[in-house]
Write a protein that binds this ligand. Sequence first.
Ligand code: CXF
Ligand code: ZN
Length: 361
Amino acid sequence: MKITAAVAPAKNQAFEMQEVELDAPKDNEVLIKIVATGVCHTDVAGQEGLTTPFEAVFGHEGAGIVEQVGAAVSSVKPGDHVVLSFSYCGQCRKCLAGHPGMCEKFNELNFFGPNFDGSHRLHSAHGDLNLYFGQSSFATYTVADEHNVVKVPDDVDLTILGPLGCGIQTGAGTVLNYMEPSKDDTIAIFGMGPVGLAAVLGAKVAGAKRIIVFDRKESKLAFAKEFGATDCYNSLQVDPEEVIKDIEPGGVDFSLDTTGVPAVAETAVHILRPAGEAVLVGIGGDLKLNMMTDFVAESKKVAGLVEGDAIPQKFIPEMIKYYQEGRFAFDKLIKVYDFKDLNQAMDDFKVGKVLKPVVKM
Ligand code: CXF
Ligand code: ZN
């Protein structure tokens, strides 16, 4: 069928709205009419040429309505409201153990470009278009493997739900699924973008004793405070290591770096108490850490993690339940743009004018 997609033609180029051809769903696939899609930093990385070959269609926080399902699909039916999340094989040891974010084929399925079976399902006048996260949801329709698709309640506006498929899941999931802080645990979170702020929401839901946050922008710190951060600091004005020495002299139980800035990630390790764990979810460069003082002598751990160690089909409905209970106000971060203004939304996002753009089809 003919659809409209925002085609990324080459590195650092604006997206072009084009009429392209979308193949019909195969047995394992679902055809979805996209209602709205969030913009995530990994879309920016894609546009910068860091993840996926061109030409491609980005977008990986889609939300929409099922139009058609393949013969083998059982979890959704036409008319269902769905959120699209990341792609996973569902068959490797990590997928089978309930950690699809650690899928052995994660990079292949989400970034390399072709479909599960090596084919392409999107075609322009120039040839095949590469997929993003198996969904390419900067488009009016998508076809996705059933593993990407999460049924959601139809009494919540689909306009806001797409970001649950990646950015919000990454932040909140890291805390709720991976760290699982107890009521006695302290956590420090660096970077109050959508991922860091979602981590604050998650830490609040978990009931962590102290949620200490750092960012350089007062407006973001204000959101963090509203979301339940107990201690908010502007890192332009203070040295986070000194702050932690002062307010938690033994160090924190958990820390999270969402900035991808190496020096910040190093700080996230330095401020841990013995046996504490730092989780890194930003994309950055080389770290300078000492094996003895930063790791071995104090039994500290550092983990990299994608997508909040979530099973999207389980965790996205859970986040929606918290939202409906009034304790997960992630929608406050969203600014809605018309799909035709996607390039403007990307530009506003890159300069920090908006925390979470969502484009509405
Ligand atoms: C990405 C972050 C970088 C590693 C792969 C997954 N998550 C979402 O945008
Ligand atoms: Zn993302």
